[in-house]
Design a protein around this ligand. Structure first.
Ligand SMILES: [Fe+2]
Length: 259
């Protein structure tokens, strides 16, 4: 916001444009008018703990950090809209899609693995729920760095190095045409693999080019990055790695290889 304020002053696009016509208030860049300067209001964000899905078997997984806590990579406005509108919307619509059906008692993983891919409501909203739950859970203000332990060993064995994995994930995200996801997942052979899917699909779903259990998903829909990065998806992908919670990804890996 501070940058925007400075930019607007520098370009003469001040908040006093309208008021200048009144002949009373002047540009915030004019020292003489400092007492009447109209400064932009800081955008306030809500509390993620207030976000609750409507009734149904699926609920929002609480965010373990605030909307503003990932600002080194993702701005707070994007985080709030993404979590409280998009993730919530998929969750509510998933609850509607399973209402009154026997699958309402199943886990989201079971539902997606046995999905009828022609069922658009379940495919889009079930995928959207699962994907966003993983996305928000695998980021942290204390994230970044590199993986350790068995996950690091598996990454080195499969990709040669962490940097090579990062490059593959960034390429998968950058090359995904339109909206979708880049994935690090454990394939049917129990090995790590990188790939991408369109829209809200993921490797759990049947009949896709890639198949397995996701352990890290990178949302490359424009709603995940456009406010801060505009069309520079590559810059968002690079910054995303500064907030990845590799401990959480390692937990996901341990569960995936135990299946
Ligand atoms: Fe998203």
């Amino acid at each position: 916001m501070k940058k925007l304020f400075i930019l607007m002053c520098a370009t003469g696009l001040t908040f006093s444009v309208a008021t200048a016509k009144e002949g009373k208030k002047k540009s915030c860049c004019q020292k003489k008018a400092a007492t009447t300067c109209v400064k932009p209001t800081e955008v306030k964000v809500g509390n993620p703990a207030d976000v609750k899905a409507a009734s149904g078997p699926f609920q929002i997984e609480n965010l373990q950090y605030g909307y503003a806590d990932l600002e080194k990579a993702i701005d707070k406005e994007t985080m709030e809209i993404h979590f409280s509108k998009h993730y919530l919307g998929y969750t509510n619509n998933l609850n509607k899609a399973v209402e009154g059906k026997s699958i309402a008692n199943q886990s989201i993983e079971e539902i997606l693995k046995n999905l009828d891919m022609s069922n658009g409501a379940l495919r889009n909203n079930g995928g959207g729920f699962y994907n966003h739950r993983m996305y928000f859970a695998t980021m942290s203000p204390n994230g970044g760095g590199t993986p350790t332990g068995k996950l690091a060993e598996a990454i080195n064995q499969t990709f040669g190095s962490f940097d090579a994995l990062k490059k593959q994930l960034e390429e998968a995200g950058a090359k995904r045409f339109g909206s979708g996801w880049a994935w690090l997942f454990v394939n049917k052979q129990g090995k790590l693999q990188v790939g991408s899917t369109a829209n809200q699909d993921n490797p759990l779903m049947p009949g896709l080019d890639i198949s397995g259990t996701p352990i890290l998903g990178i949302d490359v829909w424009e709603h995940a990055y456009y406010l801060k990065y505009q069309n520079k998806r590559g810059a968002y992908l690079d910054a995303f790695f500064s907030v990845v919670d590799w401990n959480k990804v390692a937990e996901n890996y341990a569960k995936a290889i135990a299946q």
